[in-house]
Design a protein around this ligand. Structure first.
Ligand code: AR6
Length: 230
């Protein structure tokens, strides 16, 4: 199970939030979870443009420079406006002068996006020989961790590394959904009973550009054991 191995990695590279990001003021736990008793997370896949998603956090499939690029990275920067690039430059200057390493994640505000925050992660680039699935799993896991630290309830992921970086979308789907399921189960936090603090994430949405990618993620969700209607 790649997500299980990835758990060790994402703890190992845990880092504090970037300075420029304004974290949500946490509400009392009773108010944050008015209707949830079991810690369940809704995991879903939709076809669409991630920049239009009405969620708390949109995840960006960035590169280590954090200074923009093509694909989903270019779309997010275009939709968020130039303040996003300025925030990324600040993150580079203050926290990651050598760039964000593959598998890690860092937050900025979302600026003109409907999403309040962007969590930037860097997937492994298969074309550069980066073929370790634990690094890809760490992208999903670290992004979730950062979202929790922000106080987010909902998060949208693209198919990280399935574009320019060359990973097979079915593999990305298996890994991304696997990490989300582990999170849902509380495995990385000692199980629901032993969870020291509710994580607060209620929705993990994978947003896919193409019907083929949607199909891959729907298949991975179905294969991972539970339907969200259960
Ligand atoms: N909404 C949802 N998915 C999208 C969107 C969108 N607006 N645009 C593209 N995709 P990629 P990577 C899909 O290449 O493989 C950038 O230049 C796309 O169809 O964006 O991690 C960065 O700066 C694909 O399925 O990310 C890096 O240099 C998926 O998003 C490099 O590309 C990821 O494709 C990162 O490559």
């Amino acid at each position: 199970m790649p997500g299980a191995r990835a758990g060790r990695r994402w703890r190992a590279c845990r880092a504090p939030l970037a300075g420029p990001v304004q974290a949500a003021r946490p509400a009392p736990l009773s108010a944050r979870h008015p209707s949830r008793h079991d810690g369940q997370v809704r995991i879903e896949a939709v076809q669409g443009d991630i920049t239009t998603q009405d969620v708390d956090v949109v995840v960006n499939a960035a590169n280590s420079s954090l200074l923009g690029g093509g694909g989903v990275d270019g779309a997010i920067h275009a939709a968020a406006g130039p303040d996003l690039l300025a925030a990324c430059r600040e993150v580079r200057r203050t926290r990651y002068p050598d760039g964000l390493p593959p598998g890690d994640a860092v937050a900025t505000d979302g600026f003109r996006l409907p999403a309040r925050w962007v969590v930037h992660t860097v997937g492994p680039n298969l074309h550069a020989g980066q073929d370790d699935p634990t690094v890809l799993a760490s992208c999903f896991a670290r992004s979730l961790e950062v979202a929790v630290e922000l106080g987010a309830r909902s998060i949208a992921f693209p198919a990280v590394s399935a574009g320019v970086y060359g990973w097979d979308v079915a593999e990305v789907a298996r890994i991304g959904v696997g990490v989300a399921r582990l999170w849902e189960d509380g495995v990385e936090n000692g199980g629901r009973e032993g969870h020291p603090e509710p994580h607060g994430i209620e929705l993990v949405r994978f947003v896919l550009f193409s019907p083929a990618a949607l199909d891959a993620f729907e298949h991975a969700i179905a294969a991972s054991g539970r339907s969200d209607d259960e």
